[in-house]
Design a protein around this ligand. Structure first.
Ligand SMILES: [Zn+2]
Length: 530
């Protein structure tokens, strides 16, 4: 296939822009000027009509299985009060049979009047005969009703699990709020959807990604159940996408199985199980992020460690020794210090020098830790839209001083590291152009203010690289993906506007008119497609 008459930003090292690509056998065979190629007669020709083309965008931190699960459950995203969410639950309960579980996700008490955490009473009124479990937007807290607490065996005498909190009222009764590892008590009894329903939901989630310009993701914490679904879909030819998956190390059983199999490449790279994901702390919104000093708005709390740092170092060394890339969730400054300490102790001698261990989020850093990423060969994996979502309330949690090295893209880039860019969907929207916009504008989607900590903004080239070539590097895939050069896979997007030349405020409105994965056209916008 010949694609010509475009403004094709190859994102090669030199940043070359060409007008013509030849795609053959799923790979780029030529990238250059139309006059320099003579395709055999009969090859299909796509006239790009001057449109901009980028390598396929890859989300460096995403949750495909959660996006699929979200399609099968109640969506509380953007609801403006506890009562509004409860009203949705009540409607779902009327349609359900007594005893059926009602699950959902997306609530965010920071959007509500008073910003207080919700409790079980409102859900008990909304759904007296159904267990209800609603995950917070960030995945780090679950709001349950009394029936769900009972099903999980949670009562006033239940101890907080290590790395978790069962929130309690003044009399010691669980309130219905479960933070970090305490959520697993409920998740363990929450029924799985059927394979058929889940597989269909995964296909729909992939279609959503392709329509937003993503050709792949790094799934930061896939469970065995989801990986099995992806394998089924790949076998049936129903997985037009690339997933570089990190196995979620929530359980010893999951790890024991994958440890024996080692890293895996399934079906020509559609699925690569190349990494493991560990969680050291929680999230800022639920005050689970582990801080060196107490929260400004909760002076008796410094957050949560989900695993002891020694255990983190032990598992990281073992996983790296088995050939897995190690990715650790760390949001708070204490969690980041401890993760870098663990990498420093665990990886030399166990991993190849080029281990590319990753800190997922790397959200709040001390000034002293900024330079350690480069020194240790560790990559920060960051989500620009978290910054623009959190900027309204992050200072309440952290105070002004600690914001200096929060979401500190420019400070990190200045040390010579590259940043893997992502969205953490479904925590944020999967649309990568919202992430690119947040990276360069550091403004919320709606806001026209001057932008937050503008000195930390990325350039447009850096922002695009964080979703293309830098993400390929962050997954050891720079020989296959990340730029449109001969020999690499033909994953690309033809776009509605040029991200490098359009007015800044328009970047967030860009979308694909055509998405190609491995030389196959997998999405076409109608009727604007070339
Ligand atoms: Zn995540």
């Amino acid at each position: 296939m010949l694609l010509t008459n475009g403004r094709i930003s190859t994102m090669d090292a030199a940043g070359s822009v060409v007008d013509t690509l030849v795609v053959r056998d799923g790979r780029v065979a030529f990238a250059g000027r139309r006059g320099d190629v003579n395709p055999p007669a009969g090859e299909p020709v796509v006239d790009l009509r001057g449109r901009a083309v980028l390598p396929g965008l890859v989300d460096g931190h995403a949750h495909l299985m959660h996006l699929a699960r979200a399609r099968l459950s109640l969506d509380a995203t953007g609801q403006r009060s506890e009562e509004a969410v409860a009203a949705r639950v009540a409607a779902a309960a009327r349609a359900a049979r007594p005893g059926d579980w009602l699950s959902g996700r997306g609530w965010d008490q920071n959007l509500w009047p008073g910003k207080a955490f919700p409790g079980k009473a409102s859900l008990d009124r909304a759904a007296p005969r159904n267990p209800v479990a609603l995950t917070r937007i960030d995945g780090h807290a679950t709001w349950a009703n009394s029936a769900a607490l009972a099903a999980a065996g949670i009562e006033r005498h239940t101890h907080d699990p290590s790395g978790g909190i069962i929130a309690r009222d003044g009399r010691g009764e669980p309130t219905g709020l479960l933070i970090d590892t305490a959520q697993r008590l409920v998740h363990a009894v929450l029924p799985h959807p059927s394979e058929e329903r889940f597989d269909q939901a995964v296909r729909e989630a992939i279609a959503e990604c392709l329509a937003k310009g993503l050709t792949g993701i790094h799934e930061m914490g896939a469970d065995r159940w989801a990986l099995a679904a992806y394998r089924r879909l790949i076998e049936r030819g129903q997985f037009p996408f690339r997933n570089y998956a990190a196995l979620a190390l929530h359980s010893e059983a999951a790890w024991a199985e994958q440890r024996e199999r080692g890293p895996e490449v399934v079906a020509d790279g559609r699925l690569v199980v190349g990494a493991v994901k560990l969680w050291l702390d929680g999230a800022l919104g639920s005050r689970g992020a582990a801080l060196h000093s107490p929260y400004c708005d909760a002076p008796d709390s410094t957050g949560l460690l989900l695993v002891p740092p020694d255990e983190l170092a032990r598992v990281a060394a073992e996983a790296a020794g088995r050939g897995f890339q190690v990715c650790v969730h760390a949001i708070g400054d204490r969690a980041n210090t401890l993760t870098l300490d663990a990498f420093e102790r665990a990886l030399p001698g166990h991993a190849p020098r080029d281990h590319r261990a990753r800190v997922e989020h790397a959200q709040i850093l001390t000034g002293g830790d900024v330079a350690r990423f480069r020194a240790l060969g560790v990559l920060p994996s960051m989500q620009a839209t978290h910054c623009t979502s959190d900027m309204e309330w992050a200072e309440e949690r952290l105070g002004a001083d600690r914001l200096r090295f929060a979401y500190a893209w420019r400070s990190l880039l200045a040390t010579g590291v590259v940043i893997a860019g992502g969205s953490d969907f479904p925590v944020e929207d999967a649309n990568p152009f919202l992430g690119i916009y947040a990276s360069v504008a550091r403004r919320p989607r709606s806001g026209e203010d001057r932008g937050w900590q503008p000195e930390q903004r990325m350039t447009r080239e850096e922002a695009v690289r964080s979703f293309t070539s830098w993400n390929a590097y962050a997954a050891f895939q720079e020989r296959e993906l990340g730029s449109l050069e001969p020999g690499k896979r033909a994953d690309l997007v033809v776009l509605s506007d040029d991200v490098f030349t359009c007015p800044e405020s328009r970047i967030k409105d860009i979308g694909p008119v055509l998405t190609m994965v491995g030389g196959d056209i997998v999405f076409r916008a109608e009727p604007a497609a070339p």
